[in-house]
Design a protein around this ligand. Structure first.
Ligand code: BYC
Ligand code: FE
Ligand code: FE
Length: 483
């Protein structure tokens, strides 16, 4: 009998979907595989490809124990196709088909819509690895380098997850889309990645931590909503991806937290009470809290743009078709069709930011964004606890959603982080305080010196409280190959 929990290694591509007896798809994936390996090998500097990295690899989809930790050279990582177990009798959770049996194949009428969502999801995964490709060169510790690579190999696996669906369910179109996922490049002029935030740079480690906190969390929310899809293979794929995703956000939250911790410690040691005494704080080689706020503003607002327009017929269609649900759709207690419901969205009327009710179906993006903002606020609260515990008078805040936006009703409007309309002059002047400037970027770059000795950490960041896989403080998370 087919084992649908444990990974099978009887083909080149580890999987729990019975690939060895699905010759056509296996062949298509084997054809795609070399291009993927090329992409990977060209991306990350060779020295790190040759290094032994202490990574977790998914070996099953059993929630009680799905991963195994061991030293692996990244090009030999076993990227696999893993779907969460099929739920017996699962039904379509929302929209006009709510309650009907979940689809095991793509309904013809929804083929294009479904493909588009899978392609967008697939496009972000390799994009993030491209954005992070140079960071190992300046890793603040081997622990952090290992976490970077863990995130990278798993984003690679998430690409595989979407490519499997394209090959299995979308025939020739799917194969072409899968090829294009390796053709587009983050930041490229000719063939950029599809969504804005995935063409931005991740120039330093504080950006990396903010990205994994805020942008991987958009990933979480989008995967949550695709996990509610009536198309069962998509739902099962996303459910397993979410298992991995938790670690990415952990890396972000603890990374920012450790940066804050170190800054506060150094301020204390040197008797600095004023968090805005930026020159002195920078003179001591740590990142001032106001700059951490600026980075937060940047990454949060870039991530908000990933939710699309507040009012969207695309989103209404996807929900109504049962292709994409709301966050935790299966736990909500309304009729799951939303034909008569309304939802509050932001708008600008007569130069004022207001909220008004619109048909809930059209506000699916806004609702997911609201759920995201609530989710994202949790970690900000925990960061503030660190600052408070150190007795420093400073509070990090999520800026108003209208600030610094490129998508939706607030796109390109002159609005400050408190949500107030301001003049162009005020905006230009304020930007230096609200978003990282060139000088801020240069300062952070000056701190980005690698620390490759086991158990040691760059000055600007505190060590983690516990190691990965309960390893001791001086554990050699990466056995570096010769430079
Ligand atoms: N950039 O009706 P609207 C992750 C376009 S992250 C550029 O609001 P919709 C990860 C839009 O395409 C999660 N264009 O669109 C994280 C549309 O174009 P058309 C990724 C944008 O469809 C870290 C038009 O504007 N997954 O996994 O309701 C590391 C009208 O907009 C943008 C997904 O996003 C933008 N930001 O909403 C690794 C899930 N926003 O059709 C990985 C799949 C909108 O008029 N995607 N446009 O030509 C979706 O569900 C939706 O497509 C979106 C957009 C939420 C993205
Ligand atoms: Fe991902
Ligand atoms: Fe992720």
């Amino acid at each position: 009998m087919l084992d649908l929990i444990n990974v099978s290694y009887d083909t080149q591509i580890p999987n729990n979907v019975g690939l060895s007896s699905d010759k056509k798809v296996l062949k298509a994936l084997e054809k795609w595989h070399p291009g993927y390996i090329d992409w990977w090998n060209q991306l990350i500097p060779n020295r790190y490809q040759q290094s032994e990295v202490y990574l977790r690899t998914a070996v099953s989809v059993d929630p009680k124990g799905w991963a195994k930790f061991d030293y692996v050279k990244m090009p030999e990582y076993r990227w696999g196709v893993l779907l969460a177990p099929q739920v017996e009798g699962r039904t379509i959770p929302c929209g006009e088909h709510a309650g009907e049996p979940a689809w095991q194949d793509v309904p013809g009428e929804y083929r294009n819509l479904m493909k588009r969502l899978i392609v967008i999801q697939g496009d972000t995964e390799p994009a993030s690895v491209e954005q992070q490709k140079a960071l190992a060169l300046t890793a603040p510790s081997l622990y952090d380098m290992r976490n970077l690579f863990q995130v990278n190999v798993e984003e690679g696996r998430h690409l595989w997850a979407m490519v499997y669906l394209l090959h299995k369910y979308f025939g020739r179109d799917g194969r072409e889309e899968a090829d294009d996922l390796l053709r587009r490049q983050s930041g490229s002029e000719e063939a950029p990645r599809m969504l804005g935030a995935f063409n931005e740079e991740t120039p330093d480690w504080l950006s990396f931590f903010m990205f994994t906190y805020f942008t991987d969390r958009d990933g979480k929310m989008q995967l949550e909503s695709l996990a509610q899809s009536g198309f069962d293979p998509l739902s099962r794929t996303c459910r397993f991806m979410l298992t991995e995703e938790a670690h990415h956000m952990f890396v972000g939250e603890t990374g920012v937290g450790r940066t804050i911790q170190r800054t506060c410690e150094v301020m204390k040691e040197n008797g600095i009470e004023d968090p805005f005494d930026v020159d002195r704080i920078r003179g001591l080689g740590v990142i001032d809290l106001p700059l951490i706020q600026k980075k937060l503003n940047l990454h949060y607002t870039l991530s908000l743009d990933l939710f699309g327009q507040e009012v969207s017929t695309n989103a209404a269609n996807a929900f109504n078709a049962g292709i994409k649900g709301r966050y935790q759709e299966n736990r909500l207690t309304d009729d799951h069709q939303l034909q008569n419901d309304t939802y509050k969205v932001w708008d600008i009327v007569d130069g004022k930011i207001v909220q008004h009710d619109v048909p809930a179906l059209t506000a699916i993006n806004m609702r997911l964004r609201d759920d995201y903002t609530k989710d994202a606020a949790g970690g900000v609260g925990r960061w503030n606890k660190i600052i408070e515990k150190m007795g420093i008078d400073f509070e990090l805040k999520l800026p108003h959603e209208a600030f610094h936006r490129k998508i939706g009703v607030f796109a390109d409007k002159l609005i400050d982080p408190d949500g107030k309309f301001i003049s162009g002059a005020e905006y230009d002047k304020g930007m230096v305080e609200w978003l990282p400037s060139h000088a801020d970027g240069d300062y952070i770059q000056s701190l980005m010196k690698p620390e490759y000795e086991p158990g040691k950490y760059a000055r600007w960041i505190a060590p983690p409280k516990v190691g990965i896989d309960n390893k001791p403080g001086d554990f050699e998370y990466v056995k570096l190959a010769m430079a």
